[in-house]
Design a protein around this ligand. Structure first.
Ligand code: MTE
Ligand code: MO
Length: 359
């Protein structure tokens, strides 16, 4: 479905929600057929000729932009950026305590693409942002029945991020037209922020002095205290998520696989998100008693994950492989999902753990 590889792990068919197996995360740029998909409602019918983007709110001049206008009026710009869902690795939190109503995403709710479009900054400059503006809100036509009340998908980012230059209105992914399931004709790409802010099928931009009141900004994608009852959570409860937290996982070997004794190459990804970079990745075969340092690939851009690998000597028996990244601020990842559990299951950035049988 949606031109994805046949071994996608499909959490829901309708709306389609799927992640690749670990092997789908092995490349610096994720092929389109492996790129994860996160939807909250049905994928809208594409109407390239009829699509209009309205830009309004606290601006000097409201704009109504067609696809050809968008493609011709401003300089084209490309960014390699990692998209990461706040629910990535939720399965590890569910092992600690159940999280009813949320999908058990593994390590594959993150992928990286080369996005091409125009800078949001350029479009906002033409509209003329008024002085009292603080946030830029995005709206899309897909209606989510999961929202309370059911509503179209939306979200917002702070004005500083919106005008930073890396935020795109993109119509291409990996040098091909943006696929329908990833937001065609045009989506927002907010590098360094949780995937939820990269609104697909965007058709409305509103410049405001407050964040978006949309359910997916005001109520969902917020970090609630462990004891909170998510069914009673309302607008403004918990912490709004924006910048991605430092995260890493093991891509190979696959969890619960068999490997031959001797030197085994352990590899994975690490991503630091907004304002920080991955500085080092450590790998352990004894659950963190001792650590070896992985070889870290150069970043494709300031907004992309980095792959890493280490050759580890494994002896026969059950073995837990562990990895953790450190960022440029000297921070590392928490050891256990027990310390991170929250009622909606967001931001599991605990140590990567993969169990293998060494034969
Ligand atoms: N219109 C719209 N935009 C959306 C969503 C959605 O359901 N509707 N899901 C968001 C979430 S939570 C994520 S993680 C990313 C996923 O992008 P992808 O499906 O292209 O991987 O899209 C975001 N943008
Ligand atoms: Mo997400």
């Amino acid at each position: 479905m949606w031109a994805k590889r046949s071994d996608m792990i499909v959490h829901e068919q309708d709306p389609y929600n799927a992640e690749p197996p670990r092997s789908g995360l092995a490349e610096a740029i994720t092929p389109q057929n492996s790129f994860y998909v996160r939807n909250h409602g049905p994928v809208p019918e594409p109407d390239l000729a009829g699509w209009r983007l309205s830009v309004g709110g606290m601006v000097e001049r409201a704009l109504e932009i067609s696809l050809t206008d968008l493609q011709r009026r401003w300089p084209q710009h490309s960014v390699v950026a990692t998209m990461q869902c706040a629910g990535n690795r939720r399965a590890g939190l569910i092992e600690v305590r159940d999280i009813p109503g949320e999908d058990p995403w593994g390590p594959g709710a993150t992928s990286t693409a080369l996005w091409t479009g125009v800078r949001l900054r350029d479009v906002l400059a033409e509209a003329g942002v008024r002085e009292e503006a603080r946030y830029v809100a995005f709206g899309a036509p897909d209606v989510s029945q999961l929202a309370d009340p059911p509503q179209q998908y939306g979200g917002s980012i702070d004005l500083a991020k919106a005008t930073s230059g890396e935020v795109l209105l993109a119509w291409q992914m990996n040098d091909a037209p943006l696929p329908r399931v990833h937001g065609a004709p045009v989506r927002v790409v907010v590098p360094g922020y949780i995937g939820a802010r990269s609104v697909k099928w965007v058709d409305q931009i509103l410049v405001q002095d407050v964040p978006s009141a949309n359910y997916f900004q005001a109520t969902a994608y917020r970090l609630l205290p462990a004891e909170a009852d998510p069914t009673n959570a309302g607008p403004g409860d918990g912490l709004a998520l924006a910048a991605v937290a430092l995260n890493a996982d093991i891509v190979s070997p696959e969890d619960h696989s068999q490997v031959a004794a001797g030197p085994v190459q352990v590899s994975g990804y690490a991503y630091a998100g907004q304002d920080r970079t991955v500085a080092r990745v450590d790998v352990s075969v004894n659950d963190g008693v001792t650590w070896a340092q992985a070889e870290l690939d150069d970043a494709q851009s300031s907004w992309a994950w980095q792959h890493w690998r280490a050759s580890m000597e494994l002896t026969p028996g059950q073995c837990v492989l562990t990895a953790r990244a450190w960022d440029s601020s000297g921070a590392s990842q928490p050891e256990s999902p027990r310390h991170l559990w929250n009622p909606k299951g967001y931001v599991n950035n605990s140590w990567a753990r993969v169990e293998v049988e060494v034969v």
